[in-house]
Design a protein around this ligand. Structure first.
Ligand SMILES: *Cc1c(COP(=O)(O)O)cnc(C)c1O
Length: 345
């Protein structure tokens, strides 16, 4: 059944971003496909990235790893950033998942279950997950990857980036033979000495810029479009939507569009949101409601069934996120299951 709102995913653009990041860093890209591939669909995205040469993937949760293993088959290496929760070792092993261990109790849980290939996370300043460098364990059988995560990779001038990098380089020396992975998307753009043995980008694969704004080096991947359900002429003095969120000083033509917050079109798009319609960027009017939003199409030739782009190649993801007061990551991962994902190339 056709749907009036669709998230269209350009797998060719995903592939181009993958190769662009490899060319830029000179390091293999180990894609991060957590949160269902940032909302775009992990099975389809990872399958395409595998076809482009990716052999190692990162997810956040064990369950995401299980689903990815089912989709990709036995070949690729899959790391679980959460690590190994109490009692989870057997499940991880059954799906051949490698936990990224982040504290002593996880090491114990993993080794008591027989151990095997795993990663280690060193916390170089984010204070989120991982061993402080001074507490980093002696190496042990199975450590195949050592990693750390940047707190401010989207701010190239932030001095913390290099401090973290140097702490990581020193700590990683304790794990000879382990793959060293440090850079997320932003980190890929910080220079060659941030790349180490493998990079770990997410958002830039999916079309977000490394500094939270549109960047020509990254191709747009996801397009959220929705159909016009009705077009109406609103006379001066009337209002549009809940709470009279928009009041017409002059007559306006309004398109009611099939995307609302139940689709992931954040309510915080009001009042700065915009959409691309009939070749122009036009403001959203009033409140976003559950199933629809209103777009100003005054003077435009717009009819029922026409498509409006909420973000995509013409209304860029980072700009849409900024208008909603958030970041591209949250915009993408907020798109709900009601919106079918359609894959194009
Ligand atoms: C999410 C995540 C990444 C990917 O980050 P991006 O900014 O999307 O490139 C890399 N490493 C870790 C530990 C993460 O949690």
């Amino acid at each position: 059944m056709p749907s009036p709102a669709t998230l269209s995913v350009d797998l060719g653009a995903l592939a181009r971003n993958f190769h662009a990041l490899q060319a830029l860093t000179g390091a293999p890209v180990h894609p991060v496909v957590k949160a269902d591939g940032y909302g775009l669909g992990a099975p389809a995205c990872a399958t395409r990235l595998m076809a482009e040469g990716a052999r190692t993937f990162f997810v956040a949760r064990a369950a995401e790893g299980q689903a990815l293993r089912a989709a990709l088959g036995a070949e690729p290496t899959i790391y679980v950033l959460d690590g190994c929760h109490e009692g989870a070792a057997a499940e991880l092993k059954a799906a051949d998942l490698r936990p990224v261990l982040n504290q002593p109790r996880q090491i114990d849980a993993w080794r008591q279950a027989g151990g095997g290939a795993c990663g280690l996370q060193i916390d170089t300043g984010m204070n989120r997950l991982g061993f402080r460098p001074e507490d980093a364990p002696e190496t042990f059988d199975g450590v195949s990857l050592v990693m750390s995560h940047l707190a401010c990779a989207d701010e190239p001038a932030q001095p913390m980036n290099r401090r973290q990098r140097d702490l990581f380089a020193a700590a990683a020396q304790r794990y000879p033979g382990a793959i060293r992975s440090f850079a997320n998307s932003g980190g890929c753009f910080l220079g060659p000495d941030f790349a180490f043995d493998a990079v770990r980008p997410g958002i830039c694969l999916y079309g977000g810029g490394p500094e939270g704004r549109t960047d020509d080096r990254i191709a747009p991947v996801a397009t959220l479009w929705a159909e016009v359900l009705q077009v109406r002429e609103v006379p001066a003095g009337e209002s549009v939507g809940y709470s009279r969120g928009f009041r017409a000083d002059a007559p306006v033509r309004v398109a009611t569009v099939a995307a609302g917050y139940a689709d992931g079109l954040l309510r915080s798009y009001s009042p700065r949101g915009a959409a691309w319609v009939a070749g122009q960027t036009r403001p959203l009017l009033g409140r976003v409601s559950m199933d629809v939003c209103a777009v100003d199409v005054t003077g435009l030739d717009v009819a029922v069934g026409d498509r409006v782009e909420l973000f995509g190649p013409n209304r860029r993801l980072d700009d849409a996120a900024a208008a909603a007061g958030t970041i591209a990551y949250e915009l993408l991962t907020s798109i709900t299951p009601r919106v079918p994902r359609a894959y194009v190339d």
